[in-house]
Design a binder for this molecule. Structure first.
Ligand code: ZN
Length: 304
């Protein structure tokens, strides 16, 4: 008799343990995304059938970011992890690879066909990870998030498919908006100068020449020669505005502005661009669509 009671109580304890974890999320899959852009895709597709959180918030530079103890516990509790890949999260690669052997893990940007990726200048056999700035390339990444969610939670397949389609139509409208707004800039003024090279895909997709002080990663340093070259380019092309990024220090761009002034050319800061991080969650700039629109408005207003 006492043995039976003991056995029963063990069963109750085990079942209770499972329930607590499930109940806290209402039994929904919990998704952890590294960047805000990916988090936005996850919540637009998963909506109320999932819970989600992002590792890197506004102003965070993913090239330099190292996972904290808190991030590791978030990764460990996740049912699925979504990250950009193509070495964007350079200092978290080993952790993400390891987690990939333990649970569903998606390197969303790596689903883009390799022939549509741009080589990373200065890095052997490496590609540029900033794929979210061409909406059509980004759709591959969104699709891979959608496929992964369906695989994880096939009972809600239809729901995820409908939401993916709805998100795609919003992305298509955004693409049209971007093209129409950028056409307001005179052709010879379509040059985007930023601190680090995050806009190569943007330039490629929307016909804008992009120039940056630093390469595609903020890890690499730049020298006085790079500053001098950029100053010459700005003066030669009579560029009136250059841009600061929310996740990169302003110091380098200010050095370029001072250098131009010394040579008698007045160039101003055209505004802040969201490059590798979005705005505050809960604001328009904290969404992929709002962030992209805001960047385009900033660029057009400064260069037209
Ligand atoms: Zn970057």
């Amino acid at each position: 008799m006492s043995k039976l009671i003991l056995a029963l109580s063990i069963i109750v304890v085990i079942a209770g343990g499972c329930n607590t974890k499930e109940e806290s999320r209402g039994g929904k899959p919990h998704i952890v995304a590294t960047t805000g852009m990916l988090y936005d895709a996850v919540i637009n597709i998963g909506r109320d059938k999932i819970t989600a959180e992002a590792i890197m918030g506004p102003g965070v530079d993913p090239h330099l970011y190292k996972a904290t103890q808190g991030d590791l516990s978030k990764f460990n509790k996740a049912d699925m992890i979504v990250y950009n890949g193509i070495q964007l999260e350079g200092k978290m690669s080993d952790i993400l690879k390891k987690l990939g052997r333990q649970k569903p893990t998606v390197a969303a940007a790596e689903s883009i066909p390799i022939e549509r990726l741009k080589s990373a200048v200065g890095y052997k056999d490496a590609y540029d990870p900033h794929v979210w700035f061409d909406i059509n390339r980004w759709k591959y990444a969104v699709k891979s998030v959608s496929h992964a969610l369906i695989k994880l939670d096939s009972a809600n397949q239809k729901f995820y498919e409908i939401n993916t389609q709805a998100y795609f139509s919003q992305l298509d409208s955004l693409d049209m908006y971007v093209r129409s707004r950028l056409s307001e800039i005179p052709e010879n003024q379509r040059i985007l100068v930023t601190a680090h090279d995050a806009f190569v895909y943007f330039g490629d997709a929307y016909g804008i020449r992009v120039e940056a002080l630093q390469g595609i990663s903020t890890v690499a340093d730049f020298g006085l020669k790079d500053i001098a070259n950029l100053i010459d380019l700005i003066i030669e092309n009579n560029i009136k505005a250059i841009f600061v990024e929310t996740s990169v220090s302003e110091k380098s761009i200010n050095a370029v502005i001072t250098g131009c002034k010394e040579k008698g050319h007045d160039v101003k800061i055209g505004g802040y661009l969201y490059s590798d991080a979005m705005g505050e969650f809960g604001t328009s700039e904290g969404t992929y669509l709002g962030m992209f629109r805001k960047n385009v408005e900033t660029i057009v207003n400064a260069l037209k």
